[in-house]
Design a protein around this ligand. Sequence first.
Ligand code: ZN
Length: 226
Amino acid sequence: MEEQSERAVIRFTHCQKEIFCFSLPQQCPSCGEELRGSRLQEAPVCIPSPLTNAHKTSCCLLVTPAHDNEDRDFDGTSDLHTGISTTKGVVYNYTRGGVRKDQTGWERCISVPLVRPDMFHLLAQWDQYLDRFSEGPMWDPAWHRFDEDHHNCFSFCLGFINGVLAVEGRSPQSRDTFVQTFILPRMTRVCKYTTLYQHIQGHQYYVVDRQEDTQGDAPVKPVLFQ
Ligand SMILES: [Zn+2]
């Protein structure tokens, strides 16, 4: 997995095909034409990985494969674990043992930025809010039992987000709306990217017919707090 995060996917266009690979080949894998020395019509582009190192984020909701999952991969079936980052990239996450404050272990995540970077009043208080919230009896194993379905890591995240929304005088987000709006589009991107990546690993190239409008991924939704 470590290696996987280090190889960048490159996309270039040739003979009306889009070709994805890790390094530019000597010949076009589709038509066989020599690429060396000939200029491509368009510069090859790097496709950035949709996964983020959570410890370099600020005020994000994070989704990662659950820690007890051996291969720690997003294959769409593995259990997921969620948390919220402080302004300094410490990830608060609720588990059976209570709230953990992780400084490592969240290196490959889906991150959902929650706060617009110019919301200084909120940024200034974020870490304090998170501290205070996680000290509540709801998250203390002595008071409240963790429940896989009804009182889990995501209950913690959504509870915190709704607490902040309330302070800001705004109405709460439902679980479904939040997942639909902020998480699913990103999950879809990760799944697509993982499939593409694994295909290139196995076959060296991934070739598709060129489409006019493939540039734009789904538009990024606005952040919650702005
Ligand atoms: Zn070609």
